[in-house]
Design a protein around this ligand. Sequence first.
Ligand code: MN
Ligand code: MN
Ligand code: ZN
Length: 282
Amino acid sequence: MLLLGAHMSIAGGLEKAFSRGEEVGCTAMQIFTKNASQWRAKALSVEDIQAFKQAWDKSPIGPVVAHDSYLINLAAPEDDKWQKAMTAFLDEMTRCAALGIADLVMHPGAHTGSGEEAGLQRISEALRRILDQAPAGVRILLENTAGQGTYLGGSFEHLARIMESVGQERFGICFDTCHAFAAGYDLRDGERYERVMEAFDRTIGLQHLALFHLNDCKKGLGSHVDRHEHIGLGQIGEEGFRALMQDRRIASIPKILETPKGDDNEWDLRNLALLRELAGEE
Ligand code: MN
Ligand code: MN
Ligand code: ZN
């Protein structure tokens, strides 16, 4: 069975994401475990955790992954910002552990002027410190980025360097198709998709793939502009997604949409139906 779904809202309570996900036919789902644009959140209560686990137990949705807050920048050169980011990320891991969520997606961070080398070292040091104190059972998924501005993680090499310097076994990779394309990895047809996967395998290793974010891309190849588009309607197009959906090597890896939802999640339904069709499912 395809593990396919979308990022779903937790408005009104974390457990509410399940009924929303079920309505659009998710078999996998991504959530924030708190408001993603705020630093602080109320600690999870026993009741919050229970409601979440009960809804998950009753749900046909299998894997649930979390995405961290967009405010967190583990590459920040300023010590106060860096400390704040580490504290916040550790809290995100703790929330995941409490909820039974095994994978937490994060963007490596932006060096904001200190330079690529300093930024990569900063992230690695932050992750080492975090992992020293982290709860067991939560894996960090490093997400590739569009490489916009001073953001690190646009190249597979960046992700490989972080993993190697911190310890590979603590990480998986979240591969975002829009970010890859915007960063210059051409996914527009089967042949080009294959070349990107070969580069990924050489640099990081396909065995580290843990999650896909399936987003088409509004802007051009190598534009470094991160704007998500509906599947097939962007610059990547249907053929690239067909190649990905039919790739047997990654068939069992969860795949998540982060595209605009429209009224009543109408676009989630359309994008998910198209992806199933491209996979060759009835
Ligand atoms: Mn992301
Ligand atoms: Mn993404
Ligand atoms: Zn994005």
